[in-house]
Design a protein around this ligand. Structure first.
Ligand code: ISL
Length: 569
């Protein structure tokens, strides 16, 4: 039998460097800060650090707009510090995964500057340049080459006055999409990736990698998407998500970059809109594309018809049905990545848990237990390990994220009520995840000696790393135990998954089995007690392996947000 890959036992920790720790007092986190906090990561026990972008960038989208792939922005430090980070991680038995953002570059990247310089530029075809819609004047309303909306509001096309042509940007207008149809583009990307691996990094988290293949006709034409009601746009998804050449491109990347290197690497594709069927193809080891992908189904279940800024309550039944399908779909082929939080999502304890003082600790621990006991590789986002919560935004001036800012501007321009816009932003903004990490109860939570670029959450006096480090009941200590359990117990990493009580409205329960070994996980996903009664007879007499609460006398009564990992007798 083949040995399971190391990352089946691993836990990844994501650092969003701008908000992690600031070593030089400019109010923006940096590599010096990451290096200073490495012992926090090794105490937590994580195996891999995924570092969000630190490359030179105009910071239109906080570094996801890159102007040089092979350097470090002075805002964050230097290449030498990046080497020191790799060394510091390796010395502690951890690995570094870099963010790879190659669906687009910054408009200030030399490739784009050259491409834009003239329609005859040898790099013109490195990006998506198209004339105005047939019969329309460039710049006229609706003259964009297709009807696609950008992820960050407004059309996905920007007119370049000099040439009279438009370029495609699925994200901000400062993030032009690279044309992966052009083999020179792909080779330039692969060469850059090899350069980083040769430097000692251990893999890549690949930003929106399933958007790199667009549906394009042999004559170069792109298509309008079906109209989206209530908007002037069409749905770009069928034209851009998992396009016709996506698997060809990822297999080629694998051959050109990863083949023949040792097995110590990790690749994870960020793939909005993927189905279980797509994910099986991406992560089937026999196909040699990527190790795992981030899917978005469970973080879309609370989106209403108007999308993420139109939230609706999450149904636990929907959540269980979704995770259950992903667990089953990737049971024999492929691998899941598991996450609640990242730099694009509101904080899990506020969104899926209950961040009121009474239930915050317990619900954060319950959610962590649920996540870490599924089959797949868990990802912990900075601050999640201490139960950081959403920010109580009281004014739109407090948000910085381009997605929220643009959306709010358009909503207000369209006549939306200001209080409603603020409420939507408070609930859904990516800035909820981007407030500085709360290290201690001091000024600015110990994040910076200067003025933080985004305000620290006022709850930092009670919720911080220092307060939890030596408290065995803390969210932090609970994460440590969960990570240790995955390291030590093969049934956690490799056991099969069976959903139990799928129709229960408040209990999330499942079984993991490996050979003769078995674990039973039961979680009360609610702020009221619930009695399992006869629902799961195995619970009576089972031994508590790990739990959110002290063992109680009444075997079947789960306290609010109680989670138990049990080994049946
Ligand atoms: O943030 C989102 C939810 O509203 C997503 O639509 C997000 O834009 C999408 O998942 C892609 O995210 C990644 O690429 C973006 C960048 O802004 C995100 O931070 C990054 O994670 C463009 O590079």
């Amino acid at each position: 039998t083949v040995q399971a890959p190391w990352w089946t036992r691993a836990v990844v920790y994501q650092v969003y460097p701008r908000s992690f720790a600031d070593s030089d007092g400019d109010g923006i986190g940096d590599l010096g800060g990451v290096i200073e906090k490495l012992d926090h990561l090794s105490d937590l026990g994580v195996d891999v650090l995924w570092l969000s972008p630190v490359y030179p960038s105009p910071q239109d989208d906080n570094g996801y707009d890159i102007s040089d792939y092979q350097d470090v922005d002075p805002l964050f430090g230097s290449l030498e510090q990046l080497d020191a980070l790799v060394e510091g991680l390796h010395a502690r038995g951890m690995r570094l995964v870099m963010d790879l953002v190659v669906n687009h570059t910054s408009d200030e990247h030399p490739w784009f500057q050259e491409s834009r310089s003239s329609p005859d530029s040898p790099k013109r075809d490195w990006y998506w340049w198209r004339p105005a819609r047939e019969g329309m004047a460039a710049g006229a309303p609706g003259a964009e080459p297709t009807n696609w909306e950008s992820f960050f509001s407004g059309p996905a096309w920007e007119l370049d006055e000099a040439s009279g042509e438009y370029y495609l940007h699925l994200f901000s207008r400062k993030q032009p999409d690279l044309n992966w149809e052009n083999p020179e583009v792909r080779q330039a990307v692969y060469a850059m990736m090899r350069w980083w691996l040769d430097r000692g990094v251990d893999g890549f988290r690949m930003d929106v990698i399933n958007l790199v293949s667009k549906r394009v006709e042999p004559d170069g034409s792109l298509h309008d998407g079906p109209p989206v009601p209530g908007t002037p746009y069409g749905d770009r998804s069928p034209e851009t998500v998992c396009g016709p050449r996506i698997h060809e491109f990822l297999a080629e990347m694998h051959r050109e970059v990863f083949a023949g290197r040792d097995g110590g690497l990790l690749t994870v594709g960020e793939t909005p809109g993927v189905t279980v069927e797509d994910a099986r193809l991406f992560t089937d080891p026999a196909r040699a594309e990527v190790d795992m992908v981030f899917q978005f189904e469970h973080v879309s279940l609370d989106h209403g018809p108007g999308g993420k800024f139109d939230p609706r309550p999450l149904s636990l039944l929907d959540l269980k049905a979704s995770f259950g399908r992903w667990q089953a779909g990737l049971a024999d082929v492929g691998w899941n990545s598991l996450y609640w939080d990242n730099h694009d999502q509101p904080r899990a304890v506020s969104r899926f848990g209950d961040d009121s003082p009474e239930h915050r600790r317990d619900s954060a621990c319950c959610l962590a237990t649920l996540l870490h006991l599924h089959r797949g590789t868990p990802y912990v986002y900075q601050g999640e390990e201490i139960g950081m919560a959403n920010y109580p935004f009281t004014s739109l001036d407090q948000v910085a994220d381009i997605e929220s800012v643009n959306w709010a501007r358009e909503a207000l321009a369209a006549g939306a009520d200001e209080a409603a816009v603020l409420a939507a932003v408070r609930h859904s903004s990516r800035d909820n995840a981007r407030t500085p990490v709360q290290w201690d109860a001091g000024p600015h939570a110990g994040f910076t000696s200067g003025t933080p670029w985004l305000a620290v959450n006022p709850d930092s006096t009670g919720w911080n790393v220092a307060a939890q480090r030596d408290d065995e009941r803390s969210v932090l200590a609970h994460h440590r135990r969960l990570i240790t359990l995955r390291h030590e117990d093969p049934v956690v990493s490799l056991g099969s998954f069976t959903m139990l009580l799928p129709e229960h409205e408040q209990v999330y329960a499942f079984r993991r089995s490996l050979g003769d070994d078995e674990l039973l996980v039961v979680c009360n996903v609610g702020s009221t007690p619930v009695d399992l009664g006869e629902g799961l007879p195995e619970v009576a007499g089972a031994a508590l392996v790990l739990g959110t609460h002290e063992p109680a006398d009444d075997g079947t009564l789960l306290r609010p947000w109680e989670a138990r990992v049990l080994r049946p007798a």
